[in-house]
Design a protein around this ligand. Structure first.
Ligand code: HEM
Length: 230
């Protein structure tokens, strides 16, 4: 049960600590959901992995131009750096994995995610911080574990197909994550605004949870899909 003392301690905690605390249980959930569960168990095949990448690529392709367009925003300027951007790496991976074999369809939740990001870009760009947190700290942390599992599961002989997880060597990935956390700490936000950022990060996790359910290889073919806009 949360006490007044806990609440006070949390309110004075740094933004990265608050984000971690707010999303901890959702993180555990998404790791165990749908396609992610198969992936972690080492049971993902090329078609399921490529479908996952295609959907993530669509999300990044929406998020990154918005982050770049709003990089002068007083919050975004603390955490936006080109070294984080994944769109080019995702395109290279899709090419290396011969994504032409997979349909051009997007899962409904990826489409919904894109619309939500566009809405934020137009009306509340500061909240994009929460989405950058969920994606980039995830890629920089757990992504490094996922990379090894995917390489093994798909029998990839080289790093071709695994560029998504590449941020330089381990030390560079670590220092980029550190830089990102420091940037979050430097964000000048009120307690209420920090709460809004935490709620937005929670929402980002729930969108991922639905996406991973929709992309569960056991459910493929049973869900409606929307066509990827050009
Ligand atoms: C499925 C495999 C995954 C594994 C094995 C994994 C593992 C990890 C690990 C080991 C950390 C570091 C925790 C720490 O520094 O204390 C981490 C952090 C993180 N992961 Fe994951 N993760 C996975 C999936 C995901 C997904 C799908 C997302 C996003 C939707 C995500 C988002 C994050 C975030 C935002 C952090 C930073 C937490 C923080 O320090 O604030 N992870 N993950």
């Amino acid at each position: 049960m949360s006490t007044h003392q806990d609440d006070t301690a949390l309110a004075s905690a740094s933004l990265p600590d608050r984000l971690r605390h707010a999303t901890r249980s959702l993180h555990t959930e998404v790791e165990r959901t749908g396609v992610m569960r198969h992936l972690l168990a080492g049971h993902i095949d090329r078609a399921a992995y490529t479908a996952l990448l295609r959907n993530l690529a669509a999300i990044y392709a929406t998020m990154e131009p918005l982050l770049a367009a709003h990089r002068d925003h007083r919050w975004l300027r603390c955490i936006v750096d080109d070294a984080l951007f994944r769109s080019a790496a995702l395109a290279a991976d899709l090419q290396a994995l011969d994504a032409s074999a997979v349909t051009d369809a997007l899962a409904p939740s990826a489409q919904r995610y894109r619309l939500h990001l566009q809405h934020l870009g137009a009306h509340a760009p500061g909240l994009l911080v929460a989405h950058a947190y969920v994606r980039y700290l995830g890629d920089l942390s757990g992504g490094q574990v996922v990379r090894r599992i995917v390489g093994k599961s798909l029998h990839l002989p080289t790093d071709a197909g695994l560029r998504f997880y590449e941020f330089g060597d381990a030390a560079q990935a670590k220092s980029l994550a550190q830089w990102f956390r420091q940037g979050l700490t430097a964000i000048d936000a009120t307690d209420e605004e920090k709460q809004a950022l935490c709620a937005e990060a929670q929402f980002a996790f729930t969108l991922h949870r639905t996406l991973f359910e929709e992309l569960d290889p056991g459910r493929q073919g049973t869900l409606p899909v929307t066509t990827m806009p050009s």
